[in-house]
Design a protein around this ligand. Structure first.
Ligand SMILES: [Zn+2]
Length: 306
């Protein structure tokens, strides 16, 4: 598929807004290269009407900036450079790596909830409401073609302080080299255009590591994020209680839980989520985003090596 993107005046305004964002965010986001080739992403719907979009984009950026600032202030260990670690991304030592869970020696029990295949009409906002109610921050791995359909939902996810990862454009299992590039790059471009987020987290569809997607992502310094607990909620026939059991029986500190907010009717996930969160809280777990989780491991490693 040939991809053409022509930048309209409004898009240029958006890009200018991004360029004007604070210096920390500028350093926190990975360098933004223009698409290596012209693109076909039809962004008309995303950028209409112009004034509303500018306001919305500013609001999403401001909320993201605020969360980054809070997170930076909350980190008390380490050098200044460590504090500037990517908010939406993985620390540099994890770039190009495949990660299933964090290895943490500390006493504090932490867990990262992740949601794949969105943004999705209905379910994503229900998940956001539950996360908000329990004051939990999570990580969402988006599919580009779903993001194109539901950019307004994606903006909410970022504005509410959750982390974002790339989950390809079409969710393919087989790709050639050219397709692998487009699947990841086109999704990254749209994530940036819709939310101002540049992420270095990649999750391969189906967890497949040998079809060229993970290899391309690693080459581009993404961290390939797997999981330590599979809820199996992608199986539409699964019961809510089985989802809860699948997650809790694999619970461990530093763990990464695989859930789905999109790609189908995920009502079982929505039903299971409050029970899962409440039980983790009972067991003394704190919820973190994937970048926060990786940063914790990096901080521990640096302390040990001093
Ligand atoms: Zn998926």
């Amino acid at each position: 598929m040939t991809i053409r993107v022509s930048f309209s005046g409004v898009q240029k305004t958006c890009l200018a807004l991004v360029a004007a964002a604070g210096s920390f965010v500028a350093s926190a986001l990975m360098p933004v290269d223009p698409p290596s080739e012209p693109a076909t992403l039809n962004l008309t719907n995303l950028f209409k009407p112009a004034i509303k979009l500018d306001l919305e984009f500013s609001r999403v950026k401001a909320a993201a900036n605020q969360r980054v600032e809070q997170w930076r202030n909350s980190i008390t260990q380490g050098e200044d450079e460590e504090k500037k670690s990517f908010f939406f991304s993985s620390p540099a030592s994890f770039h190009g790596k495949i990660v299933q869970q964090a290895e943490l020696a500390g006493q504090e029990k932490v867990i990262a909830l992740t949601f794949d295949d969105g943004p999705w009409i209905g379910t994503t906002e229900k998940v956001l409401n539950i996360l908000n109610q329990y004051q939990v921050k999570a990580t969402f791995f988006w599919i580009g073609k779903h993001l194109k359909l539901y950019p307004h939902i994606a903006k909410k996810v970022v504005a509410e302080g959750h982390a974002i990862g790339n989950h390809t454009w079409h969710h393919p299992y087989r790709v050639n080299t050219f397709q692998a590039t487009r699947e990841i790059e086109d999704t990254a471009t749209l994530i940036y255009q819709v939310t101002g987020v540049k992420t270095s987290l990649f999750r391969p569809p189906g967890g497949v590591l040998n079809n060229g997607l993970a290899a391309y992502a690693q080459q581009q310094k993404y961290t390939v994020m797997m999981w330590s607990a599979d809820s199996r909620d992608w199986n539409t026939g699964i019961s809510t209680s089985t989802i809860i059991d699948n997650v809790l029986r694999n619970a461990r500190s530093g763990g990464i839980v695989l859930l789905h907010d999109g790609g189908g009717n995920r009502w079982q996930t929505v039903e299971a989520l409050p029970v899962i969160i409440a039980e983790f809280k009972n067991r003394g777990y704190k919820f973190v985003t994937v970048p926060e989780l990786l940063q914790m491991e990096e901080n521990e490693n640096k302390l040990q090596s001093k």
